[in-house]
Design a protein around this ligand. Structure first.
Ligand code: SF4
Length: 247
């Protein structure tokens, strides 16, 4: 099977929906292809009855979103199982509940691709679309996957006004991606922190003003220890929606 080359394939996508379809066929990172498919074959005992997605997990949400939530990568038995970003693990449960609470999702729980859930004005994605071992993509894998997010940012350009970045990995990945999409990063590069907020001016040909928000990742490590509470997630999402003029 010919390996699809992300940069060229992404550039050919004419809509977000098309991009989502093409991403799902990517096999550019051999280690991640092996890992996602192994997880899908072996499965966790609790999910023995599931037919795992076992492919790159595309972004989820409307193609004219005003807010983009950027995480890290799908989990082997979460998004890699359900086929939807942030779906199938505790981290996603916290995020979807918060989206629902602030009026950006039509239901509090996301169960799987095709369950009918609708997001309002918000889309979620990741800098790496395949589940990595130990949730740690290599630098090379992150850089190989960048082309998809660059294209997603370009396609969302007409409507996108806020980006919520969950965790330091996504934060580091976002700036060079934004730069490749035509929005140079401020210098010095803004530091990640929960509550960080960076306003970027409109750039001719690259989109209107954009506000980037930092939020601790919704991982169990953060939510179980109380480092990140549901109220903190709601607060960042509310601010992002306000900055994007979503009412
Ligand atoms: S991580 Fe990204 S570039 Fe690598 S195989 Fe998955 S979708 Fe393709």
């Amino acid at each position: 099977m010919a390996v699809l080359e992300p940069e060229r394939a992404a550039a050919g996508a004419r809509s977000v929906a098309e991009l989502d379809e093409v991403i799902a066929g990517c096999r550019a990172c051999p280690r991640l292809v092996a890992w996602r498919e192994e997880a899908a074959r072996v499965r966790r005992p609790a999910y023995r009855e599931w037919e795992y997605w076992g492919r790159p997990v595309p972004g989820f949400g409307p193609g004219d979103a005003a807010v983009l939530v950027v995480g890290l990568a799908p989990a082997a038995h979460g998004g890699n199982r359900t086929g939807r970003m942030f779906t199938g693990d505790r981290a996603g449960d916290v995020l979807f509940r918060a989206l629902y609470d602030v009026g950006l999702a039509d239901r509090p729980t996301s169960t799987r691709r095709g369950d009918g859930m609708t997001l309002r004005g918000v889309r979620m994605t990741a800098p790496v679309h395949c589940a990595p071992p130990a949730n740690r993509p290599t630098v090379e894998e992150r850089d190989t996957c960048r082309a998809w997010l660059v294209r997603e940012l370009r396609l969302l350009r007409p409507t996108l006004r806020s980006v919520v970045v969950l965790g330091g990995f996504g934060w580091q990945a976002l700036w060079p991606t934004l730069a490749a999409a035509g929005r140079p990063a401020p210098r010095p590069r803004p530091r990640f922190g929960h509550g960080a907020r960076v306003a970027l001016p409109a750039v001719a040909g690259a989109g209107g003003p954009l506000t980037v928000f930092g939020c601790y990742h919704v991982s169990q490590q953060n939510t179980f220890t109380g480092r990140l509470t549901p109220a903190m997630v709601r607060e960042v999402l509310t601010e992002a929606a306000r900055a994007a003029d979503l009412r």
